[in-house]
Write a protein that binds this ligand. Structure first.
Ligand code: F6P
Length: 360
């Protein structure tokens, strides 16, 4: 086995807890093999500037707290598709060759990219153009990457959302309120579904299953008839309004993100039930904490396996978690099998079995 490999490592797309644990695992495993890891800054953005922005990563640089920290020491970005890069004058430019040139300049043999399906689609096209060896490690709080049961960051996000429900329950009971918790997840309702079950929600609304305000109100009435004075509602950010619209927030510069469905529903619930309602929008809090043991464990297993794939010369693969073990799958197939919540999944049946209203 060649003893002089140089692996490029980057984090791409939205951050989440557990990324630093992946970076540590890749660096430690590569070090075991005597290889060099070049950490590229801010996704592919570090390869667009000259001088290039990177750092040679060594195990001794990471003191014991590395795997316990949220975020990514490499930085990341979910903007700037290199094939249609937004330029200062408002035009877009194909800058893929500049990135490929940067990889060649650094003498990198293979790139390990930590990303979600959107990042993988771009990175695969990019490295395909440059004939650069690529291995993917799935991360996203949304847990929507196909062919893997878990992506790094999901478990922590669910833990944070569950803890939010734990904190909302006593204040809800004290004030006899209906508490609406809006969680992230984009078009996939995994965070809402998992946290809703774990946190004792009465209503869980996810983008994959249609709902009615009458259904939500009937559940709240039932809870009241059983002598309980409060209710917990979890809603996923991409749940639609009754007329099929999407609630979004526009940020400075015109960028839009999901946001506002909690407020919308709170008003509808108050009108339909007469209950006093309050809304909590959890937002980026779900991405930012110290990773759970499960995210650290998966991150470590993924990082080691990704380096081992490079050692075996297996490329265009994504590491994945399935049936209690780490495997690898085709990145192309993983991207093609977007993982939303299936309406007949075990957890949806569990929610219904618990009497949770999850739609019609
Ligand atoms: O994909 C991860 C995610 O956190 C989504 O759940 C959320 O909709 C989005 O990213 C938020 O993006 P940003 O960090 O750009 O606000």
């Amino acid at each position: 086995m060649a003893n002089n490999k140089r692996i490029g490592l980057l984090t791409s797309g939205g951050d989440c807890a557990g990324l630093n644990a992946v970076i540590r695992a890749v660096v430690n495993r590569a070090d075991e093999l005597g290889w060099t890891v070049i950490g590229i800054k801010e996704g592919t953005a570090g390869l667009l500037t000259r001088p290039l922005r990177y750092e040679v990563l060594k195990p001794e640089m990471f003191s014991g707290h590395m795997m316990r920290q949220g975020g990514t020491v490499l930085g990341t970005t979910n903007k700037g598709n290199p094939f249609a890069y937004p330029m200062a004058d408002g035009s877009v430019k194909d800058r893929a060759d500049e990135i490929i040139g940067g990889i060649r300049e650094l003498g990198i043999d293979s790139v390990i990219g930590i990303g979600g399906d959107g990042s993988f689609a771009i990175l695969r096209k990019l490295f395909g153009r440059g004939n650069i060896n690529f291995v993917g490690i799935p991360k996203t709080i949304d847990n929507d990457v196909g062919l893997t049961e878990y992506s790094v960051g999901f478990d922590t996000a669910v833990m944070v959302a569950t803890e939010a429900l734990d904190r909302l329950q006593p204040t809800a009971a004290s004030h006899a309120r209906v508490m609406v918790l809006e969680v992230m997840g984009r078009d996939a309702g995994h965070i809402a579904l998992n946290a809703g079950i774990a946190g004792g929600a009465d209503v869980i609304l996810i983008p994959e299953i249609d709902y009615s305000v009458e259904g939500v109100a009937a559940k709240i009435e039932k809870v009241r008839s059983q002598g309980r004075n409060f209710a917990l509602v979890v809603v996923s950010e991409a749940v639609k309004t009754l007329d099929g619209g999407v609630r979004q927030k526009e940020y400075h510069g015109g960028e839009k993100r999901f946001g506002g469905i909690g407020d919308y529903l709170s008003e509808k619930i108050a009108t339909a039930t007469g209950a006093e309602t309050r809304v909590t929008v959890l937002g980026h809090v779900q991405r930012g904490s110290s990773p759970t043991w499960n995210d650290r464990m998966i991150a470590s297993a993924f990082g080691v396996h990704a380096v081992d794939l490079v050692a075996e010369g297996k490329f265009d693969r994504m590491v994945a978690w399935t049936n209690r073990q780490v495997v690898d799958v085709s990145i192309e197939e993983a991207i093609a099998n977007y993982q939303a919540v299936s309406s007949d999944s075990a957890l949806v049946r569990t929610a219904r079995g618990l009497g949770i209203y999850i739609g019609d």
